[in-house]
Design a protein around this ligand. Sequence first.
Ligand SMILES: NC(=O)c1ccc[n+]([C@@H]2O[C@H](COP(=O)([O-])OP(=O)(O)OC[C@H]3O[C@@H](n4cnc5c(N)ncnc54)[C@H](OP(=O)(O)O)[C@@H]3O)[C@@H](O)[C@H]2O)c1
Length: 287
Amino acid sequence: MKRILLTGATGRLGSELLQGLNSSYEVCAPTRAELPLSPQTDFYSFFQQTKPHTVVNSGALSDVDYCESHPEEAEETNVLAPQKLAEACRKLNIRLIHISSDYVFSGEKGSPYTEEDEIGGNPNFYGQTKEGAEKAILKANPEAILLRVAWLYGKKGPDFVSSIMDKLRAGSTRIQAVEDQFGSPTSIADLCTHIPYFIERENVKGVFHLVNEGCVSRLEMAKVIADEFGSVCEVCGVTSKNFPRPAKRPKNTSLRSLRLQEAKLPPMPNWEASLREFVRKNQKAPE
Ligand SMILES: NC(=O)c1ccc[n+]([C@@H]2O[C@H](COP(=O)([O-])OP(=O)(O)OC[C@H]3O[C@@H](n4cnc5c(N)ncnc54)[C@H](OP(=O)(O)O)[C@@H]3O)[C@@H](O)[C@H]2O)c1
């Protein structure tokens, strides 16, 4: 049985991924205290001792507003640590799957980005660290796999989908959602199905867009969630100016994959089908 080392296993993606991987792999999921994502960490010795077949780096400082006001910590966690981790994987011939983001793009293209588009220009520091990480990792370890995910939702939360579901459960009669920012909402459950393909297929490397298919606003997502709830709640659109936040958000970072098909990997499901399925399965309040 292959041994997988998973970072960020207490996070939104990592916690579900840990559960999913556990059925087919021996998973080693060090905590932050055991393996800090820091440039001071000796990843080489840790990997030499634990001998993983694949490292999945799902750990990151993912709070966009926090990164804006803590740039040094964000740079260390999101760029310098993954760079060092990638070097250790290369030296030890360990496969590396790094989780990246739609925020590597500026959001100004006006249509979905493919893996062939150039990265750069995101208006916030978090996005710039994810861009920096991709460049540093590919330089340190050209065999690495970079999976760009976006607008995640899943069982753990908090995320946009869980916040709308909480409002509907609480009986809200009017919900507001941003109508002028677009992305590719992605079900963590779908990622848990797809990520093992990258562990198993020894010949794939480089960048892949791994998001549910489609380009959608938060408003459209909220309408689908309310519809699936069977709610009569009024869902209204507002512009992002009505939701000022410390870090600027890009306009449209929706993604499309060319490389999944090229690599003969299954496509990701459509965003609406996955969102409806998630809402149906998780409609009852968590106990
Ligand atoms: N959420 C999204 O919508 C989204 C969108 C695009 C890309 N992504 C990317 O997807 C990946 C997973 O995101 P997520 O939403 O699951 O993140 P998350 O819920 O914020 O979880 C982050 C994980 O990283 C760990 N971590 C943070 N700083 C660390 C450090 N210095 N040392 C060791 N561990 C550290 C956290 O551990 P603690 O529990 O100890 O804090 C936690 O396990 C990240 O690479 C993120 O950039 C996320």
